[in-house]
Write a protein that binds this ligand. Structure first.
Ligand code: IPT
Length: 994
């Protein structure tokens, strides 16, 4: 294999731009001169606002066999006010980079400034709505607006580059700069793109810049041929072949498997490694959607097997899976097309569990490629005749990749979505000539929705695996002895053959047939759950598993020298222990004759170190505790890690006792809005909607960009006010409620398909000469993304768009409005600019721990509810006393029963706050989410907690929550250690709060 410095001699050349630690050629990236497969999972720090848990997720990604993480950073969260960049506490990136480094994970940093990502505004802060420029174009006002963010974030990223000892090896400017409206003729604009690249370069970013075309268009690819004046260092593209409709989780459309990506790559960017920067790892899900479990099924283990291996068949060596850990759209950070959970159906759940089968499948695939250095220079062969090639069977498609010695064959059904099991033979071109397999009789079989990677002349530490149809999990070499772990699907016949090894002998299990053909020892077996071990002299032990058993095996790199630290490096990687364990293994350390493991258990679990333990093991620890063990003559270590089920008690929210306060005092006659913002701007910079009111009523014109909005329209009656026409906009699934003085007028309950609504409402009788106030409460579901260049979708205003009061000129009504207290001068620097909206309780800070609740009314809580339309705020405090050493998911769970109205799906909206962090937005009449996980660190598991709940009932008879409970999931006995809580600054009386 060609690694290390040899790469430099290989044609065409290894490119070094501004530094020589991260380089590349047409095959792969190199780090410190060594070829690497950049195998990465997408994970956003801002969707897990607990820096104390960042390492947890990194370790779970590392344990998959990945060595990279791609992370977006969200401008809207760190520059809530123009010019005021602040990335501290939960928004600090340094601890994220440190955690990556500790886990041995390289970072692809994706700071935007536009990121999409299903976040509010696609990452654009709300104040950008006041900027009239065309976003993501060369227009100077837009470019200037990005400057403070880009230079500030670049400095942080720059310090974390590998050249400064940090984990950052790649940076992506912009995001999917691929789709533009027809009338934007400058697209794709090299001048603009070059500007973005220069912004990063001028702010000390020296690692390679990589792109992510939404689809393979070749925009800004360095070529050859270079088609654009601007170019990135490494060209990459994205792909979501099954889309985002989780409604039919078993439906794979006939034409959804990409087959031409390899050809496109050769035509577009043959000088750079084939790179997929976002490949579908799950799906987002809209309001009214079907919930993420369905997405996890659609994008499950079968999808990973067929689609990931298909990606690899194009010669892929830079791969990032979006999402790998999704997390939570807490505190209003999401876009209107999604709800609070951003679980994404990813391999790691929102609650950070690794229990989905797709996690284990992803681990099998990644480990294979990571243990196959020959992969990195193998060349994908033209696959236009893939159907029936190598097999002569038209139902099977095979794509070959040829290395100098080793060859790879990616096999799937020609009809990739077939559910059939197909029997076939394959003819391998090997160093011993063409060999048709299986040689020992019978046939191979490929199950429906499966795909395999076969190898020939594959180096197992000096032993030559002539071919294998059993898939490789990993192999290692310990001194003179190699251990190879292979697996097969249920009931399949598989065959492998070795040259250059001793005589085979089955030492565990039965049913392995041995033969000698073409100078090689051939093993044939049909897969069963019974493990087989075959030893070839003293050279090699082959572990034969079925897939489900293989799921229990782990390889975690050993710590390296002081330079490469925990980063995978071939030398260490090929001698890391292979360990059979259970739920999760996090770290492995060999210290002289001791072996230290950390990991998580969900049950009492047998541990078996099948290779890599010190020869005479003296001590084995698991999570710091000694385990009794046995060691065989071969060095295999066996032990048992015991799971102790803890006692967990969770407070009963039905009986705990709550305090409550009216959170819509605005409709009472003695409420004063003198401190509110006057909606008195007679113009707007908004470019996508002209004003149809005398003054702008767009919330972002007045610095309100997040959460609920409240408008107050003052007028003096003339007795003619029979109706009001009102048009509002809040994004998908929003709603509004209207009052005239304290009298309820009506509500719009909302639905997924309505981003805005207009209606004419009948008003109660008015008395001429009297003063009245219209109060309009509007939900804001976040700002739209700006996916298409040439159209400022992000500017879609929030709030009142238009109105018409019968008997009046529009100018007779004087409007005031509020959102979160003090808008862009947001109060809560710790929880950031988006966490709180404009409800009275939020403006007062009553969602924060320490709020003065003792003077409030006692209540049974949200299940008691209110008997008229309005907003109630409930609060309670309690201690949790969870045992240490466990990771315990803890969620709010609503159940869908009962209210006091006649309708079957009554309209009410709930926001949940834990220790001040908004961790749930529940819209009962739209759904789908009714379970809201909150991570430890937002919760205090050994201490006191403050829970706030706002309940907005939109119905004329009011409403109540059917049932609200706290539910703890299965406690996982964890080796992670104590979780440092996120900052939870307490309530203080707020100056100028109204
Ligand atoms: C791709 C975006 O780049 C990413 O930010 C995210 O929005 C993702 O989609 C979907 O979750 S765009 C792709 C759908 C073409």
């Amino acid at each position: 294999m060609s690694i290390g410095g040899q790469g430099m001699k290989v044609k065409p050349y290894k490119r070094e731009v501004l530094q020589d630690l991260v380089t590349w050629d047409e095959h792969s990236l190199f780090v410190r001169g060594e070829r690497v497969l950049f195998y990465s999972g997408e994970y956003h720090p801002f969707r897990l606002p607990v820096p104390g848990l960042w390492l947890d997720v990194f370790q779970k990604i590392k344990a998959l066999g990945y060595n990279g993480v791609s992370a977006y950073f969200d401008w809207a969260l760190v520059e809530g006010k123009p010019g005021d960049f602040s990335a501290e506490g939960i928004f600090a990136l340094e601890p994220f980079f440190e955690a990556a480094q500790t886990a041995g994970i390289y970072i692809l940093a994706r700071p935007g400034p536009y990121i999409n990502a299903e976040v509010s505004g696609g990452g654009f802060p709300g104040w950008l709505q006041r900027n009239p420029a065309l976003y993501r174009t060369r227009e100077p006002e837009y470019l200037e607006a990005t400057q403070n963010y880009v230079s500030s974030i670049s400095k942080i990223i720059a310090k974390a580059q590998i050249t400064n000892g940090g984990p950052v090896v790649l940076v992506q400017p912009e995001n999917e700069y691929t789709v533009a409206t027809e009338d934007y003729t400058l697209f794709p604009d090299s001048e603009y793109f070059q500007y973005v690249e220069d912004q990063y370069r001028n702010n000390s970013i020296v690692v390679p810049l990589i792109s992510n075309d939404a689809s393979p268009q070749g925009y800004f690819a360095p070529g050859p041929p270079q088609r654009y004046a601007a170019k990135v260092d490494i060209y990459g593209h994205d792909g979501y072949p099954l889309g985002f409709d989780c409604a039919n989780p078993y439906s794979w459309p006939d034409d959804a498997l990409p087959t031409n990506w390899g050809d496109l790559h050769q035509n577009q960017s043959s000088s750079t490694p084939y790179s997929i920067i976002e490949f579908q790892g799950g799906a987002f899900d809209p309001w009214g959607g079907l919930g993420f479990e369905q997405c996890a099924t659609l994008l499950g283990p079968e999808f990973e097997r067929v689609f990931y291996k298909n990606d690899f068949s194009f010669g892929l060596t830079i791969f990032n899976i979006y999402m790998t850990y999704g997390g939570t759209n807490w505190g209003n950070l999401g876009h209107p097309g999604g709800y609070t959970s951003y679980d994404y159906g990813a391999v790691i759940t929102e609650e950070r569990t690794v229990e989905r089968e797709k996690y284990s499948e992803a681990k099998l695939i990644a480990n294979f490629f990571q243990s196959s250095p020959a992969w990195l220079t193998a060349i994908a062969q033209n696959n236009s005749n893939a159907n029936s090639s190598y097999t002569g069977n038209g139902a099977i498609a095979t794509t070959a990749l040829f290395g100098n010695v080793t060859k790879f064959f990616v096999v799937r059904h020609s009809a990739y979505n077939s559910l059939d099991t197909t029997d076939y033979h394959i003819t391998f071109p090997t160093s011993k000539g063409n060999i048709t397999v299986p040689q020992l009789g019978g046939s191979l079989s490929l199950h429906g929705r499966d795909s395999k990677v076969f190898v020939t002349d594959y180096d197992v530490g000096g032993a030559n695996l002539l071919y294998s149809t059993a898939e490789i999990f990993t192999w290692k070499k310990y001194g003179n002895k190699r251990v190879l772990v292979v697996y097969g699907g249920p009931g399949e016949t598989n065959e492998l053959a070795f040259t250059r090894v001793g005589r085979p002998r089955t030492v565990e299990g039965r049913g392995v047939n041995v033969g000698y053909k073409n100078g090689a020892a051939v093993l044939q077996f049909s897969t069963s759950s019974q493990r087989r071990i075959v030893e070839f002299g003293n050279d090699l032990a082959v572990y034969i598993l079925d897939r489900n058993s293989a799921y229990n095996y782990w390889v975690i790199d050993l710590p390296n020298d002081s330079v490469t630290k925990n980063y995978t490096n071939q030398k260490h990687f090929t001698s890391a222990p292979i360990i059979k364990a259970g739920y999760l293994l996090r770290t492995v350390e060999v210290e002289r004759d001791c072996l230290h493991l950390t990991g998580d258990l969900n049950a009492t679990t047998p541990i078996e170190v099948i290779g890599g333990a010190p020869q005479r093991l003296r001590q084995l620890t698991f999570n710091g505790k000694d385990l009794r063990f046995r060691q065989s003559r071969d060095g295999v270590v066996t032990a048992t890690a015991t799971y102790n089920k803890p006692q967990i008690s969770v407070p009963d929210l039905k009986t705990i006792g709550w305090k409550t306060i009216d959170s819509l005092p605005e409709i009472s006659s003695n409420y004063s809005d003198t401190l509110w913002t006057d909606a008195d701007l007679t113009y707007t910079n908004n470019t996508i909607r002209n004003l149809t009111t005398p003054t702008s009523l767009y919330s972002s014109d007045y610095a309100y960009h997040t959460g609920n909005l409240i408008y107050r329209g003052h007028f003096t009656a003339n007795g003619q006010e029979s109706t009001i026409f009102l048009q509002t906009q809040g994004g998908s699934a929003y709603g509004h409620s209207i009052w005239l003085n304290d009298q309820f007028v009506d509500s719009f309950y909302g639905a997924d398909k309505y981003e805005n609504w207009n209606a004419t409402y009948t008003l109660p009788k008015t008395t001429a000469g009297k003063k009245y106030v219209l109060t309009v409460l509007i939900d804001n579901m976040g700002l739209s993304e700006s996916y298409d260049v040439g159209r400022n979708d992000m500017q879609a205003p929030r709030g009142v768009l238009d109105f018409n009061l019968a008997g009046h000129n529009k100018s007779d009504v004087k409007w005031k409005l509020t959102g979160n207290l003090h808008g862009e001068d947001y109060e809560d620097r710790a929880r950031g600019p988006l966490n709180e909206g404009g409800l009275y309780a939020e403006r007062q800070g009553y969602h924060l721990p320490g709020a003065p609740i003792s003077s409030w009314k006692s209540s049974k809580g949200p299940e008691e509810g209110i008997d008229k339309p309005g907003v109630a705020f409930y609060a309670t405090t309690f201690d949790l006393n969870f045992p240490q050493g466990y990771d315990i998911p803890l969620s709010f769970s609503f159940s869908n029963s009962s209210t006091n109205t006649s309708e079957t799906t009554p309209a009410y909206r709930v926001q949940l706050y834990v220790n001040g962090y908004q961790f749930g937005k529940y819209v009962y009449n739209i759904g789908p989410q009714d379970v809201f996980p909150v991570p430890e660190g937002i919760w205090n598991y050994q201490g006191s907690n403050y829970v706030g709940v706002s309940l907005w009932s939109l119905e004329k008879n009011g409403g109540k929550v059917g049932s609200l409970e706290l539910v703890a999931g299965l406690p996982v006995q964890s080796g992670y250690g104590a979780v440092v809580a996120s900052p939870q600054p307490k309530w203080k009386k707020r100056e100028g709060a109204y």
